[in-house]
Design a protein around this ligand. Sequence first.
Ligand code: HEC
Length: 127
Amino acid sequence: MRTLQIAATSTLLLTTLLFTACSGESGNSNGASPATTSKPSSKKMMPDDPDLASLYTQSCFSCHGTGAGGAPRTGNSSEWQPRMEKGMDTLLDHTIDGFQGMPPLGMCMDCDEAQFTALIEFMSSGS
Ligand code: HEC
């Protein structure tokens, strides 16, 4: 009787050990996968118009491309939504006069009002 019981116990122990070894391996391969998760914001967004694209790259992009200083990020509609609710006239005034962390003219000394409007529309939609 006793011999049988010991045999049964050691079989169980062996099975447990094998199982632990297997699940340990699969745990390792799983651990490597989260590194491949990509950021959705890494997509590069540029205005279609080349002139507007160069103005954007030289000025707005440095803050609005990255969110530096709390700037609403280009193409991030949830960050732009409360801004757009103020109306384009107010946003244009804030762009020209500056608004908290936003420098006057958005550091684009050569931009005219039509270009500012186009840049704001581009940044708020990402296209
Ligand atoms: C030096 C960094 C910087 C640059 C360059 C910049 N911005 Fe901004 N902008 C900000 C920050 C920071 C805010 C958020 C201000 C806040 O709400 O505190 C902002 C906010 C705005 C807003 C929203 C204002 C509001 O009333 O909510 C508009 C519109 C805007 N920027 C347009 C532009 C445009 C157009 C350009 C390029 C011509 C530009 N910005 C360049 C930093 C910048």
